[in-house]
Design a protein around this ligand. Structure first.
Ligand SMILES: [Zn+2]
Ligand SMILES: [Zn+2]
Length: 64
């Protein structure tokens, strides 16, 4: 992961403990690979987040 998928900042820079804690409850906001804002849809089963360059991430799927 290059960018924090919650705050969009460099994942190696600063502390993201609060982001990780929030991400246990919330969908991601930014693509971890390109930092684009992702299109998030909440579904009855969880959520999907779509990056226009990197495709869809779903809740419950490991982030690679
Ligand atoms: Zn963060
Ligand atoms: Zn992306």
């Amino acid at each position: 992961m290059t960018y924090c998928d919650r705050c969009g900042r460099d994942a190696a820079e600063g502390a993201h403990d609060a982001c990780r804690a929030a991400r246990a409850m919330e969908p991601p906001r930014y693509c971890p690979e390109c930092r684009r804002r992702m299109v998030v849809q909440v579904t009855p089963l969880g959520w999907t987040a779509r990056c226009s360059a990197h495709g869809v991430t779903r809740s419950g799927e490991p982030v690679s």
